[in-house]
Ligand binder design. Structure first.
Ligand SMILES: O=C(O)CCC(=O)C(=O)O
Length: 279
């Protein structure tokens, strides 16, 4: 095993995030971009847009958990090198694809993606969880995704409602409110990387992270791929993303999970992509 892999594993456990240079070979990068384009052309029920203002017109579009996405993403991931990197990082052979999310920011001064933890929205826990963030444009550090080092080992905060007037406005009101990181940046150890197409950033979904805005004349197209491993369990969240009181209530968006607290997180909507299925 190379020293590089040992270092990735250590960094993923300790810091909660790594940047892997040239992680995707040209074919895997092209397939990821084709899947991203499919998502843009086929908006799902959870697509949303944050319009700019008259003073600063821009577009910030996102879509996720498209019920039809697996038709496209599962074959893409069977062929791609992306899940192999996740298996290496976890030092575990089994990798399940959880879901996709696309981000498109363009056309002017788009807003920041507010600081948040994906885990606040997701009824799942485990050490073997990962988000692979793939951007198709070269990005300067100032235009990239930012993280609070080691925050996956700290508190789970309430979700952000992505309220344009208040990034920390709570989603549920029952978990600790997000700190206003953007107003107190010097209080935190913020890490980020400039990236080139083919580089990926992989982070644990409990990590506090936020995305830079885009500026006039720039565009950012990003695909986030979420994965879970063999230790993932159902963990209820407030709201309709999973209720603590029983099987019938456990759900993620339109997906009835039928899981109880602590049960292995498995469902036919989330296909296993490693080990590779023999065709
Ligand atoms: O790309 C962004 O601006 C946000 C990414 C993000 O929040 C995620 O992938 O979970």
């Amino acid at each position: 095993m190379s020293n590089e892999i040992v270092q990735w594993r250590r960094q993923f456990v300790e810091d909660g995030v790594i940047c892997v240079r040239n992680a995707l070979d040209p074919a895997s990068l092209r397939m990821a971009e084709e899947a991203f384009n499919w998502s843009l052309e086929n908006p799902g029920p959870y697509a949303s847009e944050f319009p700019g203002t008259a003073a600063a017109p821009s577009r910030f579009y996102q879509d996720l958990l498209n019920p039809r996405a697996c038709e496209v993403y599962e074959p893409m991931l069977q062929a791609s090198s992306a899940p192999d990197l996740i298996a290496e990082l976890w030092n575990a052979p089994e990798v399940w694809f959880f879901y996709e999310q696309v981000f498109l920011k363009e056309g002017g001064e788009s807003r920041r993606t507010p600081w948040h933890q994906d885990s606040s929205y997701l009824p799942i826990e485990g050490a073997r969880l990962a988000v692979m963030w793939i951007s198709f444009e070269p990005l300067a550090r100032a235009d990239s995704l930012e993280f609070i080092r080691g925050s996956h080992r700290g508190s789970l905060y309430d979700g952000s409602r992505f309220d344009p007037n208040d990034d920390t406005a709570p989603l549920y009101g029952t978990l600790p409110r997000l700190p206003d990181i953007e107003r107190q940046r010097t209080h935190y150890e913020i890490i980020s990387w400039a990236t080139e197409p083919g580089d990926v950033i992989v982070f644990h979904p409990r990590m506090l992270h936020g995305g830079a805005p885009t500026h006039a004349g720039r565009r950012r197209r990003t695909l986030s791929l979420r994965f879970f491993g063999d230790d993932a369990v159902f963990a209820s969240r407030p709201g309709n993303l999973g209720a603590p009181d029983g099987e019938a209530e456990s759900r993620l968006a339109d997906i009835r999970l039928g899981l109880r607290e602590g049960q292995p997180f498995r469902h036919p909507r989330f296909p296993q992509v490693r080990p590779r299925r023999s065709l």
